[in-house]
Write a protein that binds this ligand. Sequence first.
Ligand code: TEU
Ligand code: CA
Length: 566
Amino acid sequence: MHKNDHPEARWWKEAVIYQIYPRSFNDSNGDGIGDLNGITEKLDYIQSLGIDVVWINPVYSSPNDDNGYDISDYRNIMAEFGSMEDFDTMLRGMHERGIKLVMDLVVNHSSDEHKWFREARSSRENPYRDYYHWWPAEKGTPPERFSYFDEDNDAWQYDAQTDAWYLHYFTKKQPDLKWENPQVRREIYDMMHYWFKKGIDGFRMDVITHISKDTSYPEISEEELEEKYHGDWPFYYAHGPRIHEFMREMNREVLSKYDVMSLGEGSGTTSEDAPLYTDPQRKELNMFYHFDGMNIGYLPEKYKTVNPDGFDLLEFKQIYTKWDKAFNTKGWGTIYLGNHDQPRMVTRWGNDSPEFRTLSSKMLTTFLMTMRATPCYYYGDEIGMCNIKFNAIDDYRDVETRNMYSQIKKKNGDLEEFIESQKISARDNGRTPFQWDDNNNAGFTTGTPWIRVNPDYTSFNAAAQENDPDSCLHYFRAMVKFRKAHPVLVYGDYQLIDEKNPNVYAYTRTDHRESLLILLNFSDRNSTVDLSEIDTRNVSLLLSNFPGKAKNLQSLKPYEAAVYCI
Ligand code: TEU
Ligand code: CA
């Protein structure tokens, strides 16, 4: 293995992150809900993947209106997930195995059941009142603001007790914290110190771009807002006027004091804005993940309704190339194809038919492990888990899907089309229990799972894949090792090849030591690639998802992935 000598080398650039959705990973006590002891039980498995960092979705006290993204106590563990002792045991177990832990930081909003909000709503004079954004009734109806998760998309909720509205960009049980209040920021920084002192290794920062709001309403109209913050929603929710001031302050007061990873969820930012958060000279965050890649393949005007024709690979390539460029000199990015807010990667970006599921899953894994950004790999993708595709609204647990359904119903919209479309795009597709083995409920729980287990667990599960050297699981482990053995995949230049090819994504990664060529066929047909731009005289195959790869470099089988040294 090469010793890494890159001048800008950092552990978090070289890491592979494995994201765990605790509710669905492993249930240790039979109540149907995954928990911290469940994760601890599986630490040897997690270690066997060769990953460096685990990111867990929120495990703090929460009434679970939005599965833990509505926090009622930032310094405690959700009762369903266990106790603080269980947390400490899990963290110790990870550190003993050389695995770092990144937690979710959800500070754009709290739960309405947080003490701060309960106090704030009790009277206008309460000292916590100014922790949130209020609109008193005597000023008339509040100016229009959009909420992502509200049934009427109205971000203002009227509260009779004090005759005022409060702001919530997500559900009405997620009131937005007022970052403009220095006391709020101090509370949050203290809380961050509390977790860092416990020994955690970083934060993934939920909708962090949204914390700074334009509070100049009603002086500013919806139209002016759109213009000021790059056109259509949701951009004007992000990247608010004081955002970089807050980020720098958080860095100075907290992050700079530890050797930790900070990863911002970059919703609503463009590739021009993003480097402002991650440019090391600006001392804000380490890295960022974008939504541009996730947002392709939807019908315009129809939120989360997928285009039945699928997505355009040319657009896909253009987006990932653009984002590589955004971070190639300033800062650092992350890359993902699925997470708890997205459907399963093999269904959305590959092909989950029996013929192509394993192949396309490996092809997508190859993509994630050979790009410049830090990969965030989602639990279950290593065994090729796919969308569950519920037929009925009652099967869904997610507040987003349920609210969209009620909205469409209210407007007498096409519910059938919606349910069909959610089979591809719904977040719950990525939240079904991990498939450990072919026992009841895939070995996830001895009780009744909080959300249905994908019935395909009898053929797709970790135990079966352990015994199959050609499985997705073994391929993922091999790819992680491969990335670590080739620092060029972390730091090397990225160059798109055969840009106009509609089926094949081809690129090179190059540093002073070596040059690798990556060929990925995203289609279900034999495809060819034009390699005339590069010198392929000394090419040798290093890795492929087709063990006996065809001799002809230019022709690729359906969903073939191959990495060459050139
Ligand atoms: O997601 C923020 C975000 O941008 C989502 O609203 C996203 O657009 C949506 O999930 C796509 O379907 C974060 C968390 O990752 C998400 O789970 C939370 O629900 C949300 O913030 C509120 O905290
Ligand atoms: Ca449990």
